[in-house]
Design a protein around this ligand. Structure first.
Ligand code: SAH
Length: 369
């Protein structure tokens, strides 16, 4: 990762498809194989300094340094969890906008969680990102930069990584850049990651789910359901609920059939008093029974001044045991980096110091349930 700032006119090389990278190098009068060398530095060796690209002629390294940059990110701040080593980065982009990315180590795997937008135009009431202001979509290069930066930080553990689009933003509202980034992620000359290693997480947009299924890229899909019925979903995720749960699950089944027949994960954030009653578990079980889905339950991670509480282990156990007999594969996601504001948007919000007013507790309390 570098901290220098370059002029906006520099070509951001990770914004180019691999074909465009070949054309770029060819336009400089360089032989065809040169672009393979450059791609290897950019995506396999994760080197952003042209001066270090030792198999390129020195004159060409100098030429590139004058007109291009590999990465457009600088680290604005980093937090490291004392509990589990999770590292959370706040990156600054060329225009000063900031996004978060998280590097997580589990026993045998490394997962990087990346952002697709600066802020998010959806307004899910439990989400930290929704408390800030939506600024813009990220470019494909800005998405790839986050992944490459974290992979480099992971060192030897970064050889095999999983990428999840669960940072800031709604990836399907930035579909063009998302697909361009995944194309490079899939390519053997790019990051060489298959569909099992890339998960796009979305809150809505059935037509775009179908578009992603039909696109010439390989990835897995997670759908943030978060509620057992449409009425509850509208309370929790007002803008994402323009489409019904039935429409979303239909699109998810389409993704399974037209993608690589991989089951879609339904994500469900567990929020006490909101969506964790026995009746909620039964409704969720019925929605997912005998369907090509997996259920991933995410204990709610409260931000500062949040109106909702974190669920207790007993509450989680009760919900899971009620679901297990009916639902397909159920997993509970264990929170990472709870001591470092690792819920998406938390670090960003602290850095902006500009929160929308916290919404009233009363409105979301489900009295009597
Ligand atoms: N917009 C996309 C991706 C970003 S959110 C989406 O909605 O899927 C990624 C996941 O984090 C979603 O499943 C979301 O429901 C969940 N999430 C958001 N805020 C959370 C919080 N405070 N605690 C736990 N999970 C949260």
């Amino acid at each position: 990762m570098h901290t220098t700032t370059g002029p906006m006119s520099m070509t951001h090389l990770r914004n180019l498809s691999l074909d465009e990278l070949r054309d770029f190098v060819r336009a400089h009068g360089e032989p065809e194989f040169r672009y393979r060398q450059l791609a290897t530095w950019m995506y396999a060796r994760l080197e952003h300094r042209f001066a270090e690209m030792s198999d390129l002629p020195i004159s060409y390294r100098e030429q590139l340094a004058g007109c291009a940059e590999v990465s457009s990110l600088a680290v604005a701040s980093e937090q490291r969890s004392a509990v589990d080593g999770t590292r959370k980065f706040l990156f600054e982009l060329r225009d000063g906008a900031r996004v978060e990315s998280v590097l997580m180590r589990y026993d045998r795997r490394t997962t990087v969680c990346v952002s697709s937008q600066v802020g998010c135009p959806l307004d899910c009431v439990f989400c930290e990102t929704a408390k800030g202001t939506f600024r813009r979509n990220l470019s494909a290069g800005e998405i790839l930069d986050q992944i490459c930066a974290l992979k480099a930080e992971a060192g030897e553990h970064g050889q095999k990584i999983n990428v999840v689009f669960m940072g800031m933003g709604e990836p399907l509202l930035n579909l063009e850049s998302l697909i361009a980034a995944i194309r490079v992620m899939n390519d053997p000359l790019g990051l060489n990651l298959g569909d099992r290693r890339i998960t796009v997480s979305t809150a809505s947009f059935p037509e775009r789910i179908r578009e992603l299924a039909d696109a010439d890229v390989a990835c897995s899909l997670a759908l943030s359901l978060n509620a057992p019925n449409d009425a509850r979903r509208r309370e929790l995720m007002p803008k994402a609920s323009r489409f019904s749960i039935a429409e979303l699950l239909d699109a998810a089944r389409y993704f399974v059939r037209h993608g690589r027949n991989r089951r879609v994960t339904l994500e469900y954030v567990l929020i006490p008093e909101m969506n964790m009653s026995d009746a909620d578990a039964d409704e969720l079980g019925a929605l997912s029974h005998r369907q090509p889905f997996k259920l991933n339950l995410i204990p709610y991670n409260p931000g500062r001044k949040d109106p909702f509480a974190r669920p207790t282990e007993a509450q989680i156990d009760r919900f899971v045991s009620r679901l297990l007999p009916v639902a397909p594969a159920v997993t509970v996601r264990r929170s990472r980096g709870v001591d470092i504001d690792a819920a998406c948007g938390q670090l960003w919000n602290l850095s902006l110091g500009e929160k929308k007013p916290v919404k009233g507790v009363a409105r979301f309390n489900r009295g009597g349930e």
